[in-house]
Design a protein around this ligand. Sequence first.
Ligand code: ARG
Ligand code: ZN
Length: 470
Amino acid sequence: MRFDRRGVALLATLSLLACAPADDRPAHADNPPGVADYRPGAAGIGDPDFPKDGNGGYDVSHYDLAVDYTPKTKQLAGQTTIEAAATQDLSSFNLDLAGYTVRQVTVNNAEATFKRAGDELTVTPAKPLGDRSRFTVKVDYAGQPEAAQDNENLGTYGFIPTPDGAFVASEPNGSKTWFPNNDHPADKATFDFAITVPAGLTALANGELQGQPTTAEGKTTYRWRELHPMATYLATATLGKFDLRQGQTPGGIPEVAAVDPKFKNGLDKLYKVSGEVTDYWSTVFGPYPFSSTGGIVDDYAAGYALENQTKPLYGGFEPDEVIMAHELAHQWFGDSLTIKRWKDLWLNEGFATYAEWLWQEHKGTKTADAIFNEFHARPASDPIWAYPPGRAKPTDLFNASVYTRGGMTLHALRKEIGDETFFRLLKTWTAEHRYGHVTTEEFIDLAEQLSGKNLRTLFDAWLFQPHRPA
Ligand code: ARG
Ligand code: ZN
């Protein structure tokens, strides 16, 4: 989904102005104007580092997910409804889905044919879809979820069954382990969730609960709605036994904190600190982008946390303040402002790491400058100097350099342009791209524009050189 600067869905605008000129319509010299040229959509969205992730030929505006999961049998039955618009004349298109048996696919309520190959589900609608037409896809599927596993690099992610439910954290491309979708951050959409679990369990998703959960025949359905655009990797349906605390942050933002009973002593701290951090970042980074905040601690030792939109998820540990500061900073950097290509990941992780330092500075524990200096003192042989953070490597996406040297880049910039311009830059950045997409080039351009300085050398040394900047 594409949003303009005010966060207004462009698709809605386009449907009113059905004959608005297309700016990105590919030219087909061999077809006279007005004659449809139906072709299959590409199997990838165009990220050269992850060639099969996402898909071409359409743009999703909304996902409606119905998921019924039984922890005892590990059976998931799902129905996904996707609202999309074609971005070319389409004879067929792909969705990303890993595992499951697909029972039926319809497009605009007409039965469609489909094929599976690896994690690609190719759908051929009964009638081809014209460029810019809006269409609805429904996929019925069922089976035993299998989490994504990458021992070298990413660990276990996606829909991960736990003894009492599931831990759902999908960065970078694990949402296809629980619903068919356009699995790449370049296509954001709004979400509705209806998650059905055995009565007694709780299902937690992004956004806000819609009404009270309903129970019938021993099963409870939780309905959640995320009304702001969201990258697929940030969607969650974490479920199981949870203790909840709900209310508002001191600044008035609705908040939900949830912990697996094993972590029940940490519930009040999770609630209190998440609220305090959300309010503080709203003063530093600009208004909070979403309609609620919070956090979830589940009893699954993921070895990481994930900034799931509105509800960061902590994998099997009690988060300290600094980690909560990191995950909640991602609500601005990563969730509201989303990367188009994974190579720009430092725009998420470098910013969230720098937020950890700003939090410590705010609390009076340590200044960001002292933390920067400690890292800068590392010897020239330290691995963070060999890995340029401005170009995250697909085989080592979450390298420490993307985090630490990414954060150092922002501190070097702050020293160069001064506090007033630096903090104005952060707020301008989040305001200009709220709910949208961002690239490294755009950040460098804005920093130069606001400071009136040429910053090419600084950014080149910090982001792109395989050695320690002076
Ligand atoms: N974005 C997360 C964080 O820095 C890390 C996610 C790591 N993902 C993974 N599959 N290991 O908070
Ligand atoms: Zn992070």
